[in-house]
Each structure stands twice: as structure tokens, then as C-alpha cells.
Design a protein around this ligand. Structure first.
Ligand code: B1M
Length: 213
């Protein structure tokens, strides 16, 4: 669909204002929010990612593309998240220490809200102890850790260890995810759940909370 290609193109050029307008136009034309996300915004971000890897574009280009992505997802947020649903449980989400990537984390948070979960977002570059301290303070059931770098995914083990050290490991379901993470890694660090994408993360958190209720 032409509008989705245009969204992808504008995102790659970092044209946040255009992306915002085109996302709205696509929705007005009857394109579903998930198609705008998966076939427009995420396609553009994937292309930028490939170019970044091949040194065809650099950090500033990726940053402005990320800003355009954010502008687009802001428009989609109310459509991906169900309005006015009573929260069935609370989750805490953050990107681990040393890692500033937040687009995937924000999508996971959005999808979880869409499932009727209350989300406490502690942001990026979050130390292990902070995950645990905030989880206790906010009395959440699930702790969600996101990492995009092979150099930071090890921080997830520190979150599990920090929960053990604080004597609260049994209180929380610890979920991990992000591009370099997989099921084997999840098991190896003693976390509870791994999911590959935002939608399955929301489903898994919902199911885990229901099962423990
Ligand atoms: Co960075 N970066 N980056 N970057 N960046 C990657 C991740 C990289 C793969 C690019 C590459 O080389 N091809 C590479 C990592 C290599 C590696 O470790 N294997 C990389 C690098 C190297 C770096 C720097 C070190 C570059 C440098 O400075 N030389 C630097 C590190 C900074 C830091 O964090 N300390 C850096 C910086 C940046 C920017 C700041 C410029 C920017 C981030 C902006 C922002 O997030 N606000 C950026 C971006 C945008 C990317 C790419 C291009 C896109 C990431 C993204 O947002 N994808 C990325 C290349 C790529 O992925 N193709 C790259 C879209 C997003 C929706 O996907 O986050 O994977 P993702 O989330 C998915 C799933 O993974 C999953 O659900 C989401 C949606 O379905 N998921 C979960 C995520 N969290 C989950 C949690 C869950 C469950 C599922 O449960 C809890």
C-alpha cells in the first residue's frame, strides 16, 4: 500500500512531522493501526537498522529516525491500548543499565496497556537494584527487562540476582526480551519468561498474572 511505503520512507529520512501526518492519514483511510506499525513504521526502522549496520548511515541519522518513529507511535498509542479497562495487574518495565534503546520497550509497554495491564515505566539505563526497588515500591507482579545490545543483555542476570539478594525472587515474574535475547539465555540466567515481540510479551504477562492470581 502506497501510504505505508511513504511512512517508511519519511521515517528513514527522520521527517517526524510528515510521519505523524501520514500515520493519521493512513488511519483515516481505514488502514489498521497494526498495519501502520508493522508494514510502515517498523519496515522503515528495519531498513535504517540495516544501513546502520553497513555504515551507510550513522548514529545521528538513526536518532532522528527514532524520533520520527516515536512521533508515529504516539498517534497509534490510543488505538493499540484499550481505553478505560480496569487494570488486571501491574508490571514494571525498563531497559537495562548501559542501554539507551527504548523503542521496543515502549512498544511492549503500549501492548501491555492494551491488554489492560497497568505499566510502570522506569525508562532506560536502569541499574538492577533500581528494577527491584521500584518493583517493591510499586507492588508489581511482573518485572520486564529489555536489552538491545549484546554488551548489556548480561545486566538481566544482575536483575535476577538482585531480586534474590533482596529476598524477593519469589514475589516477581521476571520477563526478558529484546533483539539479542532468546529462550536459552532466559533459562541460563534464571529469568521466568522470554518472548520475541511486543504482542507476545503482553500475552505472556497477562497469562502469567492470571495464573498467579
Ligand atoms: Co543502536 N544498535 N546503538 N541505536 N540500534 C542496534 C541495536 C544494532 C543491532 C545496530 C546494528 O549494528 N545493526 C547494534 C547492536 C549490536 C549488538 O549489540 N548486537 C546497535 C549499536 C551497536 C548501538 C551503539 C553502540 C552505536 C554506537 O554508539 N556506536 C549505541 C549504543 C547506545 C546505548 O544504548 N548505550 C546505539 C545507539 C542507538 C541510537 C541512540 C542511535 C538509537 C536508539 C534510539 C532509541 O531507542 N530511542 C539506535 C537504534 C534506533 C538502533 C536500531 C537501528 C533500531 C532499534 C529499534 O528500535 N528497533 C538497531 C538495529 C536494528 O534493530 N535493526 C540498533 C525497533 C524495535 C521495535 O525493535 O527494540 O528489537 P526492538 O524491540 C522488539 C523486540 O526486540 C521485542 O519487542 C519489540 C517489538 O516487537 N522486545 C521485547 C524488546 N524488548 C522486549 C522486552 C520483552 C519482550 C520483547 O519482555 C520484557
Amino acid at each position: 500500500m502506497e501510504i505505508l511505503d511513504q511512512i517508511s520512507e519519511a521515517l528513514q529520512k527522520g521527517k517526524a512531522k510528515d510521519v505523524k501526518q501520514m500515520v493519521q492519514d493512513a488511519l483515516d483511510q481505514g488502514v489498521s493501526a497494526s498495519d501502520v506499525l508493522n508494514k510502515g513504521l517498523l519496515v522503515g526502522m528495519g531498513i535504517i537498522g540495516g544501513k546502520f549496520k553497513n555504515n551507510e548511515v550513522y548514529v545521528p541519522d538513526v536518532l532522528i529516525a527514532a524520533r520520527a518513529m516515536k512521533a508515529g507511535t504516539e498517534i497509534l498509542k490510543p488505538l493499540l491500548a484499550t481505553q478505560g479497562v480496569k487494570a488486571i495487574g501491574k508490571v514494571l518495565i525498563g531497559t537495562v543499565k548501559g542501554d539507551l534503546h527504548d523503542i521496543g520497550k515502549n512498544l511492549v509497554a503500549m501492548m501491555m496497556e492494551g491488554k489492560g495491564l497497568e505499566v510502570v515505566d522506569v525508562g532506560t539505563d536502569v541499574p538492577a537494584d533500581t528494577f527491584i526497588q521500584k518493583a517493591i515500591e510499586n507492588d508489581v507482579r511482573v518485572i520486564c527487562c529489555s536489552a538491545l545490545l549484546t554488551t548489556t543483555m548480561g545486566e538481566m542476570k544482575n536483575v535476577v540476582e538482585a531480586a534474590k539478594a533482596a529476598g524477593v525472587r519469589d514475589r516477581f515474574i521476571i520477563m526478558v526480551g529484546g533483539a539479542p535475547v532468546n529462550e536459552t539465555f532466559c533459562k541460563s540466567i534464571g529469568a521466568d519468561l522470554y518472548t520475541p515481540d511486543a504482542a507476545s510479551a503482553a500475552d505472556a504477562a497477562f497469562a502469567a498474572i492470571k495464573a498467579r492470581a
